[in-house]
Design a protein around this ligand. Sequence first.
Ligand SMILES: [Zn+2]
Length: 234
Amino acid sequence: MLHMDIIKKKSPNFNDRVGDAKPDYIVLHYTGTKDAQEACEAYMDSSVALSPHYMVDVDGTITQFVDEDKRAWHAGKSSWGGCEDMNSASIGIEIVNGGHAHGLPEYPADQIEALITLCKDVIARHDIPPLNILGHSDISTGRKVDPGENFPWEYLADNGVGFWPHPDEDDYKANIGVRSGLLGLGYSSQCEDVVLIREFQRRYQPEIFHKNATNVVCEYTHALVNALLREKHR
Ligand SMILES: [Zn+2]
């Protein structure tokens, strides 16, 4: 494990994980702020009631706000695989990035390398499966769009954080409805098809967003869903 310096700040915004919940997911966010300072002020303010476990700044500096055994407040109203208390079930990591409100800046390499090191550490400590590395847009679909279409999910998976689907021939042939496939992966049944597809494609077909194209289901979308389901049921 690489050496990581972690700055500690104690946020007032946390409570106990509910029941016997343990961190079984990592939820990734962008801060949507102009800088780390702006995000930090919110996490230290009890009237804002917001906190991640960790924040990764653009230069790779990591700050911890909440102990891993406590329940940080980053997910809000959310759902994955029927779990509606994702704060109790996860470690939340905020990545400093202006997001859509600030012109969707790229994620710098130093920041992504630090994030990967941190995630691998958390994954090892809590034995978190690759399919349980999620974005806020996966669990608060329709309400949240972070970490956004610039986030390098494939690169993270190539470096041991999460799973990137590589469809095979059978994945193209399998005839499953996209909606039932997405619900099978964990997405909320409360969402309309158009929203589910848009957020799935934001993560797995970001080129559609980069080209300003329309979110339509294509053969490749089907194949991606099937490849993910195959991994889930492996
Ligand atoms: Zn978020």
